[in-house]
Design a protein around this ligand. Structure first.
Ligand code: URA
Length: 220
């Protein structure tokens, strides 16, 4: 597929998200939030679900969590326009048993209903690395795995690399989590820096689990 074909397919997918009625979330949302970024990005970030700001603008990570995400990306020398950003769920969850509840967690049935969109995005963009942001994103790919056990680690799965991070929103009011996210971003930076050879991926993944130079962590 050419980049132009991928762009067209992603555009079609975005239109389908806007008209999606596979679960009830569309009823109380103003916009679908399909995601955005370069169609040939090497890096796909997968968050949880849009919040109020994202719902208003139809764009992912445009609120406070998005600002912190941009700071994190900057640590890796990346701008948000360098990466593709999407969510597990494409409409804002804001109702709980018929009552307004801001930013409730997505339900398993909503995640399942939205999954085909995410799978298509992954096939189309074909990123080298998928970065899971938060436990819902992690669980979508690796059910039963705890984020506290795997954050900051690279794993190879289905011919792709996954990197796990805490959700930037969780760190907004917790300095220790902010520090963890920043040091995890440094590990991702190192992973991205060197081109992988076919023979060595396991060795590099292991190496990243044990960062060699803790002093440098302070740079971030
Ligand atoms: N949190 C998410 O998981 N996704 C967004 O788009 C915004 C906040």
């Amino acid at each position: 597929m050419t980049t132009g074909d991928v762009t067209a397919e992603l555009q079609r997918l975005a239109e389908e998200v806007q008209g999606c009625t596979r679960c009830d979330l569309y009823r109380d949302a103003s916009h679908g939030v399909p995601g955005e970024g370069p169609p040939d990005s090497n890096i796909l970030l997968v968050g949880e679900a849009p919040g109020r700001n994202e719902d208003r603008q139809g764009r992912p990570f445009v609120g406070a969590a998005g600002q912190f995400l941009e700071q994190l990306l900057a640590l890796a020398g990346l701008r948000r326009s360098d990466v593709y950003i999407t969510n597990v769920v494409k409409h804002w969850p804001n109702q709980d048993n018929g009552r307004y509840r801001e930013n409730r967690a997505p339900e398993p049935a909503e995640i399942l209903a939205c999954r085909p969109f995410l799978d298509r995005q992954i096939r189309l963009i074909d990123p080298r690395v998928i970065v899971t942001l938060g436990r819902f994103s992690l669980a979508t790919f690796f059910p039963g795995v705890r984020i506290s056990d795997v954050h900051g680690q690279v794993r190879e799965h289905d011919g792709r690399f996954f990197f796990h991070m805490y959700h930037p929103a969780a760190a907004l009011h917790q300095q220790s989590l902010r520090d963890t996210l920043m040091s995890d971003m440094r590990k991702l930076t190192e992973f991205l820096r060197e081109p992988l050879t076919e023979e060595q991926p396991e060795a590099r993944v292991q190496e990243l689990d044990n960062p060699a130079d803790p002093e440098q962590l302070t740079l971030f």
